[in-house]
Every structure is written in C-alpha cells, then in structure tokens.
Design a protein around this ligand. Structure first.
Ligand code: SRM
Ligand code: SF4
Length: 533
C-alpha cells in the first residue's frame, strides 16, 4: 500500500482494467488485471516531434495501444505491466521528459498558453512555466535510483537526481495534498487559471510582461456527500514582478506545506486553507515567507479564452495548425487512425508539438506550403479537420473514467462523443450551431475535465446517470450550479433542450449560454425545464 502511494510521486498509478474484473478468475472470485498508468509532465505542453513519437511507440509496444492527452497538457500511457514499468520510465527520460512529480503531493505539471506566437509575451509565460516547474521539482535521488539505474551494473543510465539529503522546499513531509500551478494571459485563459491552487495572470504593457496578478486557492474536486468539500475558484492575491514570480510560487507552496490541513485529506487542498483563513491572511503569510511586502493586483484580469485550433500565423513567416483530438484519446481503429496521422505528420514535417489544456495538439513551425499535405494526411486517416467539426464538439472535453480510472462511477470519454452527436443535431435544428460554449464531462465528481466552471458540466453521479451543471463560462471565471441531478446518459440533451430553446429566444445579444443561465437562475431554469416542448 505504501509503495503505491510512493509511486504516485514518480508519476505512476497502479490500476486495473475494471471491465476485466468479473470475467477473470476461474475460481469465480473477482480477480483484478493490474497494470500501471504512467503520466508524463510537460511544462506548458511544449515538446518535440521525437518526444511524441517516443510516447506513441511506448503505447504500442508496452501500453494498451492508446495515448491520452490530458487536461493539464500532459500525456498518459495506460496498461503498462509491472515488468515493463522500468523500461517505460527509462524511455521517457531518454527522450528528455520526466514522470517525476506528474502525480503525488507536489507541484504537478505547470500549465501555460502553448501557442507558438513569435512574441515576447508568449515566450515569457512559457519560460515562467518551465522555471516554476524546475524550481518546484522535488530534489530526490530515489526516482533516479529506482528507475534509471542499471540494476546489474549499479550505474545510472541517465544522469540526474540530487545529492542534497534534505529536500529544500517540500521538506520531510512534502505537501498535504496535490498542488497545481498555471499561467494565463489576459486575452487568453486557455489554461483555466482560476481552477488552480496557484495562478499567474500576465500583466502586459507595450507588448512586454511587466508582472503578474497572482491568484491562489482554486480547485475543483468535491465529495457530494461531504458538505465540507466544494469546488472553488482562486482568489486574487497580489501583483508580482517577473523577478519575484518563482520566489512567490515557492512561498505559496511553503505556506501550504506548513499550514495546509494534514489531519483531513478531504480538506487538505490549498483552497480550503484560503477559504477558511481568508485571502488577506494568505497574502500576509506569503509575504512573510517570501520576505517582502507585495503590491496589490492591477485591474488586469482574463477576458478571453482561445483554444488555438485551426490554422494560424506564428508571426515569423511560419504557421501552426491546432488539431482537435476528440477528448484527447489517440488510437487507431478501422474508421479513425489518430496515431497513424500523428506519426505521419511528425515524420513528414518534424514540427514542434504543443499540447493544449483542452486535450488537443498544435503542430508548430510549419512552412506556409505545408497545408495541403498536412490536411491530406488527416483526411486519409478518416479524421475530421478542426474546421469541419461543430463548435459544440470542438469545445468539449472529457476525463478518462472507465475502464482504467479506479474512481470512475460512470463513463466519460467513451460516452461524450455519443452525447455530442445528439446535442450537435439539436443545436443545429435550433439554429444554435454557431454558439461557442464549453461542455465538459467527468465520470465522477472529482472534476478532472473541469466541469464545474463550464457552460455545461456533466458529472457522473450513479451508474449511467449524471448531474447536469449549467451557468459556468468558457472564460473559466464562474462556477456553474446544479440544474438537474441523476439524468440518464441518453436523456442529457433532452433535459437541456428546453433551455437551449428559451436561450435562443430570450437571450440578449452578447449573452453566452452560461451567462444566460446565470441571469435566469435555477428556479426559472427549472420552470422552463418542465414546460412541455
Ligand atoms: Fe484528476 C484523480 C485523471 C486532471 C481532480 N485524476 C485522478 C486519477 C489519478 C484517479 C485516481 O486517483 O485513482 C485519474 C486517473 C485516471 C486514469 O485512468 O488515467 C485522474 N486528472 C486525470 C486526467 C488524466 C484527466 C484527463 O482525462 O485528462 C488529468 C491529468 C492532468 C495532468 O496531466 O496532470 C486530470 N484532475 C485533473 C483536474 C483538472 C486540472 O487540474 O486542471 C482536476 C480538477 C482540479 C483540481 O485538482 O481540483 C482533477 N483528479 C482530481 C481529483 C480531485 C482532487 C480533489 O481536490 O478532491 C482526484 C482524486 C484525488 O486526488 O483524490 C483525481
Ligand atoms: Fe477518474 Fe473521476 Fe477524474 Fe474522471 S473525474 S478521471 S472518473 S477521478
């Protein structure tokens, strides 16, 4: 049991294929088919074509032949057998990526806008993601000893690790709970900054980042039966200069290390400390740990969310293509061959690859004449171009859930495409197909696809049934509320149809679906929801 906990800090979880539980075991006993999920940490989602190819190779040779792009710009392999775990870790490290601190009670993958625009602002925030990631990486030897040493010779196959015996930031205890950091731009909150424990919103003047508004205490996981748990958006704390950013990140982590609740794991996230003590207390503590007073936030806040899908210019004569991967799952079957398409694109163009927090991929540094060939590869593999898919599908994401996630109550990524099939037809019938709103599904209330601040959140509650949330926003700055509970999967669109209709007829011009739902409020929506269509 202890080993399983330790493994998480090294980026891997023991799981079992839940669909095999009943069928295996001749004795009639429910036996489990164990394997491991391995998560790679990729700050700002920036990687090379070679690194993506290495992961595609791993999923084919020792994984379950699929690869998942996660909601935090990472990659996950599933179905790795214990005997192959070391090889898996080594191959990931050989391609200069790591799984260290991809999971566990440490700072996880640090997110930042991955768009490859050739401007100083993007370069600055992407570098900050890397700097924070490096600075908050645990200084451990054990990762290297366990995974990267050649067992027979005792030599490390790759260099790394630390000779420090005391971990300087996490100390002996590490953190009470997982810790998440993201960086956003005012005109581009593609990292959903307010859902993180720690967020930085870049303050830009004359095309340069002059500092960041720091937000703290966001997090989404909830246990519906425990009233003491709730989703929370981060609170605005203080302004920091670019030079202060990494040090302040360290101070926030240390405050959580020393004051976060260790006696109740359900309330151990930083959000509960900030909620209970208040943002002023938090700011004073951070200033104390950082060693100097901080300025107040500037008025700058996030005002737009871009998903970076489709063709765009980088600003340096080259272009990039945002390729929408449905729910981030890469697989090949008779109809669709995501992996083959990605392989061919990586081999043909050697693009820089970037992962988005909406589980999709950007192929960067493309020559202007790359378009016909790249699009041909995508079409040849039975896949839709980003431009061909409906807005509702493009702006939807789903967590892993069944069959690998041990906490899943319902389907998620395997069920959402079917829900979207029905919803896109309905929206088109109603003339709402041009609307931009987020639909996010999870297989349990933990919130891995961030459903609670989406325009529509579908959260697995009981077998085949979902809680339907409405009222969040594509911008990520508002939590939604429960519209209906225990809605069967096949009734989700039916339950929303009266709202779609009334939204079409009654909304003001600039109002999004989430804005409209919030303006009307639960009671009115429920009235509309029970009116015969
Ligand atoms: Fe998550 C646990 C998958 C992003 C909140 N999450 C899990 C586990 C490891 C299940 C477990 O503990 O046994 C899932 C593995 C499933 C599998 O089979 O692979 C899992 N989480 C994911 C991913 C892969 C979802 C996806 O489909 O993309 C995301 C990986 C991101 C990454 O690369 O690091 C993922 N998880 C999130 C997010 C979204 C985010 O961070 O932006 C959240 C909500 C934000 C937050 O943290 O509050 C999230 N995951 C949770 C929670 C609830 C935490 C809480 O405070 O209550 C759990 C359960 C837990 O920690 O006990 C959890
Ligand atoms: Fe698993 Fe629940 Fe996270 Fe989905 S939301 S991956 S079901 S823990």
């Amino acid at each position: 049991k202890d080993d399983l906990q330790l493994l998480k800090f090294h980026g891997t979880y023991q799981q079992d294929d839940r669909e095999q539980r009943k069928s295996s075991g001749e004795s009639g006993k429910s036996e489990k088919e164990y394997s491991f999920m391995v998560r790679t940490r990729i700050p700002a989602g920036i990687m090379t074509a070679k690194q993506l190819l290495a992961h595609l190779d791993l999923c084919d040779t020792i994984g379950n032949s699929t690869l998942k792009i996660t909601t935090r710009q990472g990659l996950q392999l599933h179905g790795i057998l214990k005997q192959d775990l070391r090889e898996c870790m080594q191959k990931i490290n050989q391609c200069m990526l790591t799984t260290l601190a991809a999971c566990g009670d440490v700072n996880r993958n640090t997110m930042a806008c991955p768009a490859p625009y050739n401007d100083s602002v993007r370069a600055t925030v992407q570098k900050l993601a890397q700097d924070i990631s490096d600075h908050l990486s645990p200084r451990t030897q054990s990762y290297y000893e366990l995974w990267l040493k050649d067992l027979t010779s005792g030599q490390e196959t790759l260099e790394g690790g630390s000779d420090q015996l005391v971990e300087p930031i996490y100390g002996k205890t590490y953190l009470p709970r997982k810790f998440k950091t993201a960086i956003a731009l005012s005109d581009d909150n593609c990292t959903d900054v307010y859902t993180n424990c720690l967020g930085f919103i870049a303050v830009v003047r004359d095309g340069q980042v002059i500092g960041y508004n720091v937000v703290v205490g966001g997090g989404l996981g909830v246990t519906p039966s425990a009233k003491k748990t709730f989703p929370r958006l981060a609170s605005r704390m203080a302004f920091v200069t670019p030079e202060q950013a990494v040090g302040v990140a360290e101070a926030v982590v240390k405050v959580q290390r020393d004051f976060g609740y260790r006696d109740d794991r359900k309330r151990a996230r930083l959000k509960y400390l900030v909620h209970d003590q208040g943002i002023e207390w938090m700011r004073h503590k951070v200033e104390e740990y950082y060693g100097t007073k901080l300025k107040d936030c500037t008025p700058d806040d996030v005002v737009e969310h871009r998903d970076h899908m489709g063709w765009d210019e980088q600003g340096d004569g080259r272009c990039f293509y945002g390729f929408n991967v449905e729910n981030g799952r890469l697989y090949d079957d008779d109809q669709r061959a995501w992996k083959l398409a990605l392989r061919e694109i990586c081999e043909e163009f050697q693009p820089e690859v970037r992962l988005t927090a909406h589980q999709s991929v950007l192929f960067c540094n493309l020559q202007q004449n790359a378009r016909p060939k790249l699009e041909k590869i995508i079409k040849k593999r039975g896949l839709p171009l980003t431009e061909e898919i409906s807005n509702v599908r493009r702006w939807s994401i789903a967590c892993v859930a069944l069959p690998t996630c041990g906490l899943a109550i319902t389907e998620s990524e395997r069920a959402l495409p079917g829900v979207i099939d029905v919803m896109e037809k309905k929206l088109s019938e109603l003339g709402l197909d041009k609307e931009l709103f987020t639909v996010r599904m999870t297989g349990c209330p933990n919130g891995c696809a961030r459903p609670y601040n989406a325009d529509i959140g579908l959260v697995g509650k009981a077998k085949g049934k979902y809680t339907v949330y409405v009222g969040g926003t594509r911008l990520g700055t508002r939590l939604g509320f429960i519209y209906k509970d225990l809605v069967p999967l096949e009734k989700i669109t039916d339950s929303l149809e009266p709202l779609f209709r009334a939204f079409r007829d009654q909304r003001t011009q600039a109002e999004s679906f989430g804005d409209w739902c919030t303006r009307l409020g639960l009671e009115k929506l429920q009235e509309i929801g029970t009116e015969p269509v």
